[in-house]
Unconditional design. Structure first.
Length: 325
């Protein structure tokens, strides 16, 4: 090698050594290995914030769907419905009274409610309209009763008693609806959890690319650190700490944005409650209020994003260092 080139190389190495000597004399350094205010760091923090926001929304939706499904199943499974269809030559009102007496005498049932003719017709209005003459139609009548959770009734015996004593009567314990709601609820929860996994995986890939890019752009510094005796573990730890703080910042920003959105939806839902469509939406999904479980889920997502950033950056840094050697 040319003597002059060798001298310049050694001078450059020594200059790097003296510039970085504070790294090994103390734990504090004047300048970080990776500038914290770099453009790539800000972009990655924004990406992680967006991922944390989407993950928080997904986790909150999963909790809300799970709670709504449990509520629907609970309300349906603890109530029975007796439907009495009109039959030729038999007045329906006496049959309604017979069914009501049987229900009142059945142990394990409470809060029996007999729907009047007008109430039964109103139940059909959303499907048949308001201008229809229901007197020309054999409109069935209904009776509902609540099941005592502590001592549930013998529904099979009740079904037999109604069929033998009340003409046109049929009992529905909503078992089929409960099973369908359970399947739908589990499917939606699994779908949201799968989406949550994809969002976290996408954040991990973004962090891996950012870590590798930062290490390649700082290749000379890494080589000098190797030259003066820095271990691979030390260098990887610097990148890990750097991206950990980016993950913490992005996770907190995304979590705050998700909480803000739910608070805005909660305020809007209170105004929607007065409209018919809004009432139906609230009945299905609630008022979008943040309970303790949702807040804990958002905080857990923010922490998870930081841990993913630290873990992925450490693994990527170790692999990249071996590739640079």
């Amino acid at each position: 090698m040319n003597r002059g080139l060798l001298d310049r190389f050694l001078i450059g190495v020594l200059k790097r050594f003296f510039d970085l000597r504070g790294v090994f004399r103390s734990k504090k350094r004047q300048q970080a290995l990776i500038p914290h205010a770099s453009a790539s760091g800000g972009s990655l923090a924004a990406v992680i914030a967006i991922m944390a926001f989407l993950a928080s929304l997904t986790a909150s939706v999963a909790l809300r769907v799970s709670n709504a499904s449990e509520g629907w199943q609970s309300s349906v499974s603890h109530e029975i419905t007796i439907q009495i269809r009109p039959t030729l030559g038999t007045p329906i009102d006496p049959e309604m009274k017979k069914a009501a007496i049987i229900l009142s005498e059945t142990p394990g049932l409470k809060n029996t409610y007999v729907y009047s003719k007008t109430e039964s017709e109103k139940l059909l209005e959303p499907w048949l309209g308001n201008g229809l003459d229901f007197d020309q139609l054999p409109v069935p009548r209904m009776i509902t009763a609540q099941i005592d959770k502590k001592s549930p009734p013998d529904l099979e015996a009740l079904r037999v008693a109604l069929s033998e004593n009340v003409k046109g009567a049929s009992l529905d314990d909503h078992r089929a609806w409960t099973q369908r709601l359970s399947v739908v609820g589990r499917t939606l929860v699994l779908a949201t959890l799968a989406t949550l996994g994809l969002v976290i995986a996408a954040a991990g890939f973004a962090i891996a690319f950012a870590t590798r890019g930062a290490m390649i752009s700082n290749r000379e510094i890494i080589e000098v650190l190797h030259f003066v005796g820095a271990s691979e573990s030390y260098i990887a730890r610097q990148f890990q700490i750097h991206f950990l703080w980016i993950g913490i910042k992005g996770g907190i920003i995304g979590g705050i944005a998700a909480i803000t959105l739910f608070l805005a939806l909660h305020i809007a839902a209170r105004h929607w409650a007065s409209s018919p469509n809004g009432a139906e939406m609230i009945a299905l999904f609630g008022t979008f209020s943040l309970n303790l479980n949702a807040i804990i889920a958002v905080m857990a997502i923010a922490l998870l994003m930081a841990l993913v950033a630290a873990f992925v950056s450490r693994v990527t840094a170790n692999r990249t260092i071996r590739g640079l050697d």
